[in-house]
Design a binder for this molecule. Structure first.
Ligand SMILES: [Zn+2]
Length: 74
């Protein structure tokens, strides 16, 4: 399970395992805990952008993700 905290709005913040920055996601702790990891993440959290869904799975923030896996250039 990824490490997370809950901010004053009740939203989940995830600590990036690479840079330690906390990224807030537009989901509540209840929603996060209701995800059993088997449902399709895009169905469970349709309001979360694909980049941030990746963070839910990997614990790596979009910025670090781009550094580790740079987008291919044409
Ligand atoms: Zn990061």
């Amino acid at each position: 399970m990824i490490e997370y905290c809950v901010d004053k709005n009740g939203h989940v913040g995830i600590h990036c395992v690479q840079c330690g920055q906390v990224i807030e996601l537009p989901i509540t702790e209840e929603e996060l805990l209701s995800w059993d990891g088997h449902n399709h993440i895009q169905e469970q959290f349709p309001q979360v952008t694909p980049e941030l869904r990746e963070m839910l799975l990997s614990g790596i923030c979009p910025k670090c993700w781009n550094e580790i896996f740079p987008p291919e250039e044409d």
